[in-house]
Design a protein around this ligand. Structure first.
Ligand code: NDP
Length: 248
């Protein structure tokens, strides 16, 4: 039987490292055509080079998801290269943990811009194509921090990830009758660069402690693949994946 993921055209933001990079490898290995997008060109080229040398199909695209125009250009490039768009994975993110009394408003701004507005721009850019095709799949990366607020230090990051869940669920309800699927993924501690996102030294040490029991990015790549491989009338709405050893 043919792999249901084979031939799908997939855009992944935050594809230069961590969960996005692992998903790009996993989906390309199953025959998807993957546009890997983020800001660091050298990293993207590395990911695409390694997919291609394994016989997969991928292309890099440099994007800052806080720019609506750049995200629009990313989707236009994917459609121009591959003729359609099947799955938009809104994954780029920043976790800058710090107590609110530190007043790191610049990091609050960046988290809101990347984690919330970046997802919204991804939706705005991909949705017209999905509606035109009469099919499509959004996979939005929230977090267990989007289910439960972690304190001290997690208020703003959790706020952005609660927002992603709310936006995804609203989008799902609106698109249910249009043959467009929406999946929200809520990972626990996964071993990536995410844990280095804060400039607050004490918070970073606390985060690194939590991440001692983290698991690999392949765990989330498999969750993404599971949502994608379902038949079109099955929408896996939410997937929560924690390390077995993670309590909260
Ligand atoms: P990484 O830090 O490894 O990856 C983050 C990715 O986002 C990078 O590819 C980075 O690429 C990209 N990115 C950051 N800012 C921008 C931007 N402005 N424009 C475009 N791309 C950007 O962390 P993860 O892989 O862990 O994170 C992926 C997602 O998973 C995030 O949304 C995160 O919140 C979520 N998540 C992760 C968990 C974990 O424990 N790892 C737990 C729960 C959720 P570049 O710097 O090249 O732009």
């Amino acid at each position: 039987m043919a792999d249901p993921i084979a031939g799908k055209v997939v855009v992944i933001t935050g594809g230069s490292s961590g969960l996005g990079e692992a998903a790009a490898h996993c989906l390309a290995a199953r025959g998807a055509k993957v546009v890997v997008a983020a800001r660091r060109k050298d990293k993207l080229e590395g990911v695409v080079g390694s997919i291609k040398s394994a016989g997969g199909e991928a292309r890099p695209f440099v994007v800052d998801v806080t720019s609506k125009d750049e995200v629009g250009a990313l989707i236009a490039e994917a459609i121009s290269a591959y003729g359609r768009l099947d799955t938009m994975i809104n994954n780029a993110g920043l976790m800058a943990i710090a107590p609110m009394e530190e007043g790191l408003t610049g990091e609050w701004d960046r988290m809101i811009d990347i984690n919330i507005k970046g997802v919204l721009y991804g939706i705005a850019a991909a949705l017209p194509q999905f509606l035109k095709q009469g099919s499509g799949h959004f996979i939005n990366m929230s977090s267990v921090a989007g289910i439960k607020v972690f304190s001290p230090g997690g208020a703003v990051y959790s706020g952005t990830k609660f927002a992603v869940r709310a936006i995804s669920e609203g989008l799902r309800q609106e698109l249910a009758s249009r043959n467009i699927r929406v999946t929200t993924i809520e990972p626990g501690a996964i071993d990536t660069e995410l844990k280095y996102g804060t400039s607050d030294k004490a918070a970073r040490a606390a985060v690194e402690e939590v991440y001692k029991t983290s698991i690999g990015s392949d765990s989330i790549a498999r969750a993404i693949a599971f949502a994608m491989e379902q038949p079109p009338d099955v929408d896996v709405n939410e997937i929560v994946v924690r390390p077995t050893a993670q309590v909260f």
